[in-house]
Design a protein around this ligand. Structure first.
Ligand code: SF4
Length: 431
């Protein structure tokens, strides 16, 4: 592999990133065009002289080798490169290691390496190839009384933002189309390191949810947020959703609506006015889908408090909801609370809760009939593509069944028109 690196230190860092990836995948870097199977030229487009120099370098590489991939700032300047050199194999902008690697893979298959070839490029993943979970932190600073996670995993430890971004980038380069951001408390990302400024691609980036989401939104994959608590700064990510940078989807585990029960649960952000927040989020991003989970029959929950929860459910009109009857986990503080709710009452409340939500869910989905939406195909079953929209996380939410998408396969995006809705799923045809 030949490599020409032009331009400023930022371009140099891009070159380093591409070279690192090339070497990690077993490509050798050759000192001459003639001794290479392919040449990557990292260009500069800052001033005319730099444009000239870059175009000359591309011309030289084409003449001596013939197979040339262009990256860097000049690549971002419209059609300049293709007009001067129509024979180049691919053109990308700056800071585009995944795209450059994709072009390299397309024109020069990765060399065989007996040590690493059994390991897929995205590492060992238990998810299908086209989506992956991206864990941004471990542990939790809260002490919800029904939960023993902090005693098992300890306090919050956020992963360095540069590491998270690097992993996300290589997942996307390996064909992942959807990144599912997970943690115990995504909104707390970076609290433990005082939102320290890290680096990604040579640029400073704060260890903070909003900044991370904005950066992830640049990778060209779907980005879905899980386990977000309704802290005030969550409002900052809603514009990113409205702009289409990340999916308009929030998984907010509310757990209850009664202030007294939330206090007994010691839930984070328990005092937030959640209904008002939800209304404001939806006003800013009308397509926002909200998923949540709840617990009914928590120790001491009265019929009136359960009623508050049902009322919240009817008002909030959440898109996706999971609910559990409280069950004492060994070692959880909540077990010591007085007023354990009888099992039969718990089950009865669970059934009433689910019935109330079924009405909401059916309404929310019926409102989508007639709309054109984008979906990602997970599977094809008997000619029907089983896909998901921005409102559906894998495994836990519903699906969109698309008939008539003949050539669709797992990992494909489709634009579809919604034709029908059931309580949980949508039916659609290609738009
Ligand atoms: S339930 Fe509470 S304590 Fe447990 S992981 Fe979630 S936020 Fe932390």
């Amino acid at each position: 592999m030949g490599f020409v690196s032009l331009g400023c230190p930022k371009a140099l860092v891009d070159s380093e990133s591409i070279l690192t990836q090339l070497r990690a995948e077993g490509y050798d870097i050759a000192p001459s065009y003639e001794g290479s199977d392919l040449v990557v030229v990292n260009t500069c487009g800052f001033i005319d002289a730099a444009v000239e120099e870059s175009l000359e370098a591309i011309g030289e590489a084409l003449a001596a080798n013939g197979k040339v991939i262009v990256t860097g700032c000049l690549g971002a300047k419209g059609d300049v490169v293709r007009q001067a050199h129509p024979k180049v194999l691919a053109v990308t902008g700056p800071h585009a290691t995944p795209e450059v690697m994709a072009a390299v893979h397309a024109h020069l298959p990765r060399p065989h390496d007996p040590f690493t070839d059994l390991v897929p490029p995205q590492g060992i993943r238990l998810t299908p190839r086209h989506y992956a979970y991206l864990k941004i932190s471990e542990g939790c600073n809260h002490r919800c009384t029904f939960c023993i996670i902090p005693s098992m995993r300890g306090d919050l430890v956020s992963r360095p933002v540069g590491d998270v971004m690097k992993e996300a980038e290589s997942l996307v380069a390996a064909g992942v189309k959807e990144l599912l951001v997970i943690s115990q408390d995504t909104s707390a990302y970076g609290v433990d390191v005082k939102y320290r400024t890290g680096f990604w691609g040579g640029k400073p980036l704060r260890t903070r949810m909003t900044e991370l989401c904005a950066a992830l939104g640049e990778l060209g994959a779907w980005v879905r947020l899980h386990y977000v608590y309704p802290y005030p700064h969550v409002d900052e990510v809603i514009p990113l959703m409205a702009e289409g940078k990340i999916l308009p989807y929030l998984d907010v585990p509310f757990q209850h609506a009664s202030p007294r029960i939330l206090k007994l649960m010691k839930r984070p952000a328990a005092s937030e006015r959640n209904l008002e927040r939800i209304r404001a989020w939806r006003a800013a991003c009308p397509d926002l889908a909200i998923r949540s989970t709840f617990i009914v029959g928590f120790p001491g929950e009265t019929e009136a408090e359960f009623g508050e929860l049902l009322e919240f459910l009817r008002e909030a009109k959440l898109d996706r909801v999971g609910c559990f009857a409280y069950s004492p986990v060994e070692g959880a503080k909540a077990n010591e609370l007085p007023g354990a709710v009888a099992e039969a009452v718990k089950q009865e409340r669970l059934a009433r809760f689910m019935a109330a939500q079924a009405v909401v869910s059916r309404e929310r989905l019926a409102a989508k009939v007639g709309r054109v939406i984008d979906v990602l195909v997970d599977d094809v079953d008997d000619g029907v593509a089983i896909a998901r929209s921005s409102a559906d996380a894998p495994e836990i939410d519903g699906v969109v069944r698309v008939t008539g998408a003949k050539r669709a396969g797992p990992g494909d995006f489709l634009r579809v028109r919604v034709r029908g809705a059931t309580e949980h799923d949508l039916e659609a045809v290609p738009a």
